[in-house]
Every structure is written in structure tokens, then in C-alpha cells.
Design a protein around this ligand. Sequence first.
Ligand SMILES: Nc1ncnc2c1ncn2[C@@H]1O[C@H](COP(=O)(O)OP(=O)(O)OP(=O)(O)O)[C@@H](O)[C@H]1O
Ligand SMILES: [Mg+2]
Length: 269
Amino acid sequence: MIKSTFGITKEPFNRSEPELLSQQKEILKLIKIHSQHGGFSVIIGNAGVGKSVLREHIEKLDKERDTVVASFSQTMHSYINILKQLAESFKIDVPVKSLEKELIHTAYRHIKDRKVLYTLIDEAHLMDITVLRKLRLLFDRFPKKHNLVLFGQRDLLYYLSMNVNEDIKSRITYSENIFPLNDENLEQYMMRELDAVGLGHHTYDTASVELILRSAQGNLRLCRNLSYSSLIEACRAGKRTVTTTHVNNVLVQPHWRSHEELIKQQVKS
Ligand SMILES: Nc1ncnc2c1ncn2[C@@H]1O[C@H](COP(=O)(O)OP(=O)(O)OP(=O)(O)O)[C@@H](O)[C@H]1O
Ligand SMILES: [Mg+2]
């Protein structure tokens, strides 16, 4: 509907491989610098601030000749399942009982070939901490230049700060918060999305942009969802400019109410 109303070939706020925003770019730069030495990195941020998009970009480094990336998102997995996924990323096929030995062996081989090794774990705050501790023991036997990057919400910091997890925490060499964006950056994000598909900056009138920013409170996902849904509302009404009427049509929907909790949490932290 958006495409036919505006006569465009791609929808804004719906791109499959968006470029990183400046905060994400900076973190990626530092992760790469730390990757030369190895160690654990921890990236913390509230729901919807852009952790997984950053993780997807690091995954793409796997295409480069000198980098091997193993990545997990379904962290409800058991230790054995994670080992199997690691084996898949390392392209090895051995029986379960020799998995650990073979993974360590392959990791050393990659380092000898001057490759950089990343293991990424998204949603790490949902992970069973005993699995994480087992992984820590495994990675202790990996070459030093291996990098484990954990992405998670704030609970992850809480788990890591517990005494029993001191062994994991003491191995962290880099950690960073991804913060909610300020209004200026969020507006730039909206304009960048419009630019990317050839829509003018006045597609949203000034009052509607203000209302979107006020409602999203710096949260990228909420800003994205509200901008996209408001644009659909405008198209449904046969309009080519989004006004507060269209934004309000979205804000009154019941699912939007439930975001208020998320925003409250975010403002507190
Ligand atoms: N660089 C970017 N360019 C464009 N859009 C982005 C970018 N980063 C994030 N977004 C938007 O923000 C949304 C939320 O990002 P993401 O899924 O990475 O959040 P998250 O921090 O992983 O949240 P959660 O903790 O809930 O998993 C994405 O679906 C996307 O629409
Ligand atoms: Mg995520």
C-alpha cells in the first residue's frame, strides 16, 4: 500500500540490511580493535535499542577471508546444542563425544591461519548461566585471540556481577551500553529512512514527527513501528503526508498502551 500510494519501489523503515547508526558503528569499531587481543565483550541495552542489528553486522564479517564468526540467538539451548552449532560454524562433523576436543583443535588451526574468531551470543540475559559457565571453561582452552561477544538486556549485568560468576566477569575486556537515542538522532534516523527510499523529508509534518519522538522516548524499535504504522494510516486515508491524526490512530491501539511500561523502565534506567 505504501509503495503504490507513493510510487516507490522500497518501503521506508523496512529495509533488510540497514547501515549501522553512529552509536552502533562506534561499538563495532571497538569490538574489532579488541578482537586483535581476544577476550569477552558485553553489549548491554534495553529492548529495541539495536543490539541484534549490530550482531547481524558482525555476523557478516564471516564473509571476509580472515574472519570466522559463530553466532547464536536461541540461547535457551543446552550446552551440547551450542557445541553442535559451534561445530556447524566451524564446518566440522564429528561425534558428540569428541566435539569439544575438535572445536579447540579447529580454533587453533584458524588462529594459525591468522583468522580472527568471534562467538556471538544474542539474548544472553535469557541464557542459563550454568551453560555460560561451561562455555567459559571451554573458551579457556581456546586460543587467546578468540572473542566472545554477549548481547543482552540489563539483567545480564546483574547476573555477571554475582560472586559465583566472577570468573566470567574477570574475563571481560570490553563492555558498552547501547543507549536510547536522543530526539535529534532519532529524527535523523527517520529522515535517513525516507532518503533511502526516495521520499521527501516532509512526508511527516513537523507536529507528527514531534509526536512520534515524544511517544518513542528514544527507543528505535518503537520509533520504527510508530513511523511505519502512521505511514500506513496516512495511505489508508489516501494522503501523502502523515499528520498527528494518523499517528494518534496508532497510539490509541491497545498494543501501543503496553509499550508504556517499556518506556517507563527505560526512563528509569
Ligand atoms: N542501524 C539501524 N538502521 C535502521 N534501523 C535500525 C538500526 N538498528 C536498529 N534498527 C531498528 O530498531 C529495531 C530494533 O533493533 P534490534 O532488534 O537490534 O533491538 P535489540 O536491542 O536487539 O532489542 P531486543 O533486546 O528486544 O532483542 C530493528 O527492528 C530496526 O527496525
Ligand atoms: Mg535483539
